[in-house]
Design a protein around this ligand. Structure first.
Ligand code: KG4
Ligand code: ZN
Length: 349
């Protein structure tokens, strides 16, 4: 069974082909146009998707060595995401499904992130806990059996990736800030500034990252180090005192975020006696989060599953993977499938 997966929910135009569980191609075109604005501009994202969708899908077929006539289904993200961006992928997928007379499979982007852990070996065993940490979401989900999950908690305000990106902007690091903070934090002192850890109440599995972000803002303001027009008083040559300070701020911010992510994950592991934990989403590419969770896995006796880097951030392969699983299970969508900007993990197309 061969499925094409299409992803256009945010700023990556991506398409992938899967053949009976084996990814044959995964083409990702990241839109660089947003960097100059320090964040994603929705209208520019839609226009870039329109320009890129045909070449990206063609390239996915070409690399896979598959003729479009050979595919058995087309899977597409229909939410959550930017409305205009989602509509480009969804309209394209509908046209392809109609033209080729094959099933359309609507995919929830967050659910697809969870199944990015099934693209390669080793795969998690059911039931498993998934920590999804992306630019728009932070969620703890228990997956009891294939395609059945229960949302335990999520962020009440900013997502973890969003906090990284906003702090990156305050530090004049460009967009997205996550990978740059990850790199700089490696050489910084995580105890330099004690930013607050927000655990909410003792039993909650929800998250809140806006407090940590605001603390960084106030600290930078107080010390006259806040970036303006994406230019920071801290941007300095490698080895200079301001550069060392930048690394310490990054490491201190990162430690606060990761303490909470790891703390809440371990809380679920203990309360639900979890043996398998997976992570997914862009922030799962973070080297310190990976290291800390690996440490916890040894300490609390659970197996940790982490997607390969290519499948952490947005990609078509995870859409194709979940599309293939759904098609095998006989779950398809009709042509009335709509784009839903705030699609929740519990709703089904
Ligand atoms: O999953 P994703 O590609 O898109 C969404 O669905 O939102 O996640 C993007 C997020 C961005 O906020 C980016 O800064 C963050 O993932 N990110 C990282 C790292 N790589 C990407 N955050 C921290 N450390 C990283 N290495
Ligand atoms: Zn994503």
């Amino acid at each position: 069974m061969i499925v094409l997966g299409i992803e256009t929910s945010c700023d990556e135009t991506s398409a992938a082909v899967i053949d009976d569980g084996k990814i044959l191609s995964n083409i990702i075109s990241s839109q660089l146009v947003h960097q100059q604005y320090g964040g994603i501009v929705p209208e520019l994202a839609s226009r870039a998707h329109q320009r890129l969708i045909v070449p990206v899908v063609s390239q996915a077929f070409h690399v896979a060595g598959i003729n479009p006539q050979k595919i058995n289904g087309v899977a597409v993200t229909h939410g959550p995401g930017l409305m205009g961006a989602l509509l480009v992928g969804l309209s394209f997928a509908k046209a392809l499904s109609y033209g080729l007379n094959i099933p359309l499979i609507g995919i929830n982007h967050m659910e697809a992130h969870m199944y990015s852990n099934f693209i390669h070996d080793p795969k998690p065993e059911y039931p498993f806990l998934c920590l999804i940490v992306s630019g728009g979401h932070t969620q703890l989900v228990i997956v009891r059996e294939p395609l059945h999950h229960e949302l335990l908690g999520e962020t009440l305000d900013d997502a973890a990736g969003e906090a990284y990106d906003k702090v990156g902007k305050m530090l004049g690091l460009g967009f997205p800030g996550g990978p740059i903070i990850d790199k700089l934090a490696k050489e910084g002192n995580p105890n330099f500034i004690k930013f607050p850890r927000t655990y909410l109440d003792a039993e909650s599995y929800d998250f809140s990252f806006s407090g940590i972000k605001t603390s960084v803002l106030y600290w930078l303001r107080k010390n006259e180090l806040l970036a303006t027009d994406q230019r920071s008083p801290l941007s300095a040559q490698e080895g200079s005192p301001t550069c060392e300070l930048l690394k310490d701020i990054c490491a201190s911010f990162q430690a606060a975020v990761i303490d909470v992510l790891v703390g809440k994950t371990v809380r679920v592991v203990k309360n639900y006696n979890i043996k398998n934990v997976a992570i997914a989403g862009g922030v799962s590419a973070n080297s310190e989060l990976r290291r800390r969770l690996q440490q916890s896995a040894e300490e609390h006796n659970f197996k940790l599953f982490i997607p390969e880097f290519e499948y952490c951030t947005d990609n078509g392969a995870m859409i194709a993977q979940l599309g293939w699983m759904k098609l095998k299970a006989g779950i398809t969508s009709d042509s009335a499938l709509n784009a839903v900007a705030n699609l929740s993990l519990s709703s089904h197309p």
